[in-house]
Design a protein around this ligand. Structure first.
Ligand code: ZN
Length: 227
């Protein structure tokens, strides 16, 4: 077993651990200690390096994911999710994108991961939430004067007396049915600016399982609003 380094095409150096064993094929592994590669007894260092370079697309996101797990800013928070699905963070991408459960963030600095994640969520929210408001507005016949995003730490949405609705961008972590409940809830306030039985009847007409969604939010609020 020996510690080695390889120069990547982008000029960075990637440390790895080289092991030899009686196995016939080359094996790559990512663990707490980073990348390790096991090569057959007769294989050369060049063989190892070639295998690493061929598998960079597989190695780099996973390696960064490990580093995120050790990033204090994100370790403190819950595992990130988007529309209710868990996502695994990967840094070092050219541009931020969500692909098959892997959220590639355009940052190489792990301290910036929380910032990049926030930026992604806000941008996603700015498209998704107004679209859901438009969808439900049409069905409920209730049209807000304005739709805005909020960063409140204590509430998911609000509806002002002048008819402006604000939705928390952190909602983007929740499942779509939960987001729709919050949208319906705030729109219903355009008809009833209180939480009277009449208000809940408006909500129930469009979201029959509103209690289920509300309970989900109650259970997860501390976690989802906390970062
Ligand atoms: Zn309310």
């Amino acid at each position: 077993m020996k510690a080695a380094r390889i120069s990547l095409p982008d000029g960075r150096e990637l440390p790895y651990i080289l092991k030899r064993s009686a196995r016939r094929s080359i094996g790559l592994r990512i663990s707490q200690d980073g990348l390790s590669i096991t090569i057959p007894l007769r294989a050369t260092l060049a063989d190892a390096e070639r295998a690493i370079l061929q598998k960079l697309d597989w190695i780099l996101p996973r390696l960064h994911t490990r580093q995120v797990a050790e990033s204090p800013a994100l370790r403190a928070g819950p595992p990130p999710s988007c529309l209710g699905d868990r996502v695994v963070l990967a840094s070092g991408a050219g541009r931020t994108r969500l692909q098959e459960g892997l959220l590639h963030l355009a940052t190489t600095d792990d301290a910036d991961m929380a910032v990049a994640l926030t930026r992604f969520m806000k941008r996603h929210a700015a498209e998704y939430l107004p679209a859901r408001v438009a969808f439900w507005s049409e069905r409920m016949g209730l049209h807000p004067a304005k739709v805005g995003l909020s960063s409140a730490r204590r509430r998911w949405g609000s509806c002002a007396a002048h008819g402006g609705i604000r939705l928390n961008w952190r909602l983007m972590q929740a499942p779509p049915a939960v987001i729709d409940y919050v949208v319906i809830h705030e729109l219903a306030h355009l008809a009833e600016l209180n939480h009277s039985p009449r208000f809940w009847r408006v909500v129930a007409a469009h979201c029959p399982d509103w209690k289920l969604q509300r309970d989900w939010l109650k259970r997860h609020s501390t976690q989802l609003l906390g970062w």
